[in-house]
Design a protein around this ligand. Structure first.
Ligand code: AMP
Ligand code: ZN
Length: 115
């Protein structure tokens, strides 16, 4: 846990969140400012800043993050019409919270390319 990290505080329960899924390695919760009808953040419980900070030690964890996201998207009913996974990385990538998080966005048609 990183002491000054918002998402580490969410994992520990110090900051409240609306839980969607939790296991020993992965936590998922509803985005506080949803950009789509369904907007869920899937995060590793281990504090990783972003994907490029991961090492070979994190190989299984990154795989698990994606597979849990698949199960969440299916449970949320997003598979029929499609949805989007987003990992903003760094300031130009739009990252504002520096604890790796996978956005699941769905429930409406999403435009492309991003702004
Ligand atoms: P990013 O811009 O990719 O770093 O995404 C950070 C996301 O975290 C944004 O979509 C925010 O709305 C969301 N967020 C920030 N604070 C909270 C919070 N306390 N609970 C849930 N989501 C949050
Ligand atoms: Zn953290």
């Amino acid at each position: 846990m990183a002491t000054d990290c918002l998402f580490c505080k969410i994992i520990s329960g110090e900051i409240p969140s609306t839980e969607v899924y939790s296991d020993e390695d992965v936590y998922a919760f509803r985005d506080i400012n949803p950009a789509a009808p369904t907007h869920i953040l899937v995060i590793p419980k281990k504090h990783l800043v972003d994907v490029k900070s991961a090492t070979l030690d994190d190989e299984a964890l990154l795989g698990k993050l994606l597979l849990r996201a698949n199960a969440i998207a299916e449970a949320e009913g997003l598979n029929a019409n499609g949805f989007r996974y987003v990992i903003n990385t760094g300031s130009d990538g739009g990252q504002t919270v520096f604890h790796l998080h996978l956005h699941i966005l769905g429930g409406r048609a999403l435009s492309w390319p991003p702004g």
